[in-house]
Each structure stands twice: as C-alpha cells, then as structure tokens.
Design a protein around this ligand. Structure first.
Ligand SMILES: NC(=O)c1ccc[n+]([C@@H]2O[C@H](COP(=O)([O-])OP(=O)(O)OC[C@H]3O[C@@H](n4cnc5c(N)ncnc54)[C@H](O)[C@@H]3O)[C@@H](O)[C@H]2O)c1
Length: 248
C-alpha cells in the first residue's frame, strides 16, 4: 500500500517566500494548501503545481480571522483525511522610525503577525494534539532577535513575540508528538526585500558579513526539514540564517 501523502498548510503563500516554501514542500512530496488573503496568485501557484487540484490547492485565509484557520482545517481534513504541517508564514512587513509609528499601526502589525501565528498554532495545535502528530513551523526574523535594521519596531516586536510563542507551543505540545519551531532569516533575496532596500541594496549587502542576501530556496529547505517526521528531536528551536549579521 502506498504511504499516505502528508498535507501542509502554508499561510501567506501566494507571493514571496511563502510561495517558495510551498513549492519546496510540494517538491518534497507534500500536498500543499496555498493560503493567502489574495486569491488570484494563490490559485495561479496551485494550478502551476497541480492543475488537477489534488496535490496543490489554493484557499483564502486571512490570518487575523481565527475562523478562517478553522474553516481551512475542517475542509482539508474532510477532503483528504488529515493535516500534518502548518507553516505560519503570513506577515505584514512595515518600515517606519519608532517615534513615528501610530499606536494603531503598531497594534495592527502585532495582530496580523503575532496574532495570526497564535491563532494558527492554537487551532492547528488542538487538532495535532488530538491526532498525536504535527509540525508547526513559524517564520520569525532576525528583526525579532536584534530589534531590526531596515524594518520598524512594530514588525520587530511582532517577530520577537513569534519567537516566544514558538517556545510556548513547543513546550505545551511536545508530549503529544507535535513540534513547533521557528526560522529567523536575515534579509533574503525576495521581491519585498529589494523593494524595501531600493537603491540602498549594495550598501545593505556590504554590511552583511558574508556580503550577499540570503537564498530563499535554502531557507525553504529548512522549512522542509523542520516539517519532516525526522525532525522529531528539534523543538522550541530558532534556526538562524542571517549571513553572520547576528551571531549568538
Ligand atoms: N523576505 C525576507 O528577507 C524575510 C526576512 C525575515 C523574515 N521574513 C518573513 O518571511 C515571511 C515571508 O516574507 P516575504 O518576504 O515573502 O513577505 P511578502 O510581503 O512578500 O509576503 C507576505 C504574504 O503574506 C500575505 N499576507 C499579508 N497579510 C495577510 C493576512 N492577514 N492573512 C494572510 N496572508 C497575508 C501577503 O498577501 C503575501 O502573500 C514573513 O513572515 C516575513 O516576516 C522574510
């Protein structure tokens, strides 16, 4: 009998790094549920990976709405029987000097980035606990460790919160076959980073000890490793990938 294919739900997977991670998980043999607030590019990616809609499908999921996580989880379990992996990737990246940030914007970024990771981990965590197996992979950031270089305090604080949530969920779910880990990239070569850095890209790269931006394909391989059943002994960890900007 063929081994049952595992299913991974990735948030914010229509564009940027989430799309790279979805492609990598699909290549590694996972069924991928490409979720995002924007539907068209999510659907385009799903169709590019599997036009038949069996090993790659798109779903609308706004991470600020816990009910969206529940609806996607219920639908996937209904259709394919199980979900094994949640990648909390969706985030809003914001750039502003700390003294200029409107408190309402601070709260909004926290709500999407940290609140979304919390809601996803809680809803999928309950399900994974009942099943006795699960993998949660959170996209944190170097900004959550060093306070941020190009990004704002709201973004950096949200990523620090994600690192703490990673430890809490890891501790609470460890005994039930569920792991929760984070990846903290420095600037990767993605459209967003090129947009944020603009003309300052050469200067920014020169300030990185290894003299280059991070490779999103490599970071996606880290997601695949942490999503694997083999990663059972990695829990509550944060895997740094920052070109030596922040050794610790
Ligand atoms: N790009 C980098 O160098 C870098 C570095 C460190 C960490 N990260 C993290 O990696 C992840 C992906 O980054 P990226 O560069 O691809 O960002 P991006 O802005 O290009 O993509 C983010 C995706 O999230 C989606 N999204 C935004 N709000 C959402 C919501 N409420 N619900 C669902 N989806 C929503 C967007 O539509 C988009 O598809 C983020 O968590 C980011 O913080 C990226």
């Amino acid at each position: 009998m063929p081994e049952q294919i595992q299913t991974a739900v990735i948030t914010g997977a229509a564009n940027g790094f989430g799309a790279v991670a979805a492609r990598a998980l699909h290549r590694a043999g996972y069924r991928v549920i490409i979720t995002d607030i924007v539907h068209e590019p999510a659907l385009a990616l799903a169709n590019a990976l599997d036009l038949a809609g069996d090993t790659a499908v798109a779903a609308t999921l706004d991470v600020t709405k816990p009910e969206d996580f529940q609806a996607v989880l219920d639908k996937v379990v209904d259709r394919w029987g199980s979900v094994e992996v949640l990648v909390n990737n969706a985030a809003r990246t914001a750039v502003k000097p700390v003294l200029d940030i409107d408190p309402a914007d601070f709260n909004a970024i926290l709500t999407t980035n940290a609140g979304g990771t919390f809601a996803g981990s809680q809803i999928f965590g309950r399900y994974f606990k009942t099943r006795g197996y699960g993998r949660i992979v959170n996209m944190a950031s170097l900004a959550g460790q060093n306070g941020g270089t190009a990004t704002g305090a709201h973004y950096a604080a949200s990523k620090g919160a994600i690192l703490t949530l990673t430890k809490v969920f890891a501790r609470d779910l460890a005994a039930f076959g569920v792991t929760c880990n984070a990846i903290a990239p420095g600037p990767m070569d993605t459209p967003l980073v090129r947009e944020v850095l603009g003309d300052g890209i050469d200067k920014a790269m020169a300030a990185i000890p290894v003299g280059r931006l991070g490779d999103p394909d490599f970071v996606a391989e880290m997601v695949v490793m942490l999503a694997s059943p083999k990663a059972a002994f990695v829990n509550g960890a944060c895997w740094d990938v920052n070109g030596g900007i922040y050794p610790r």
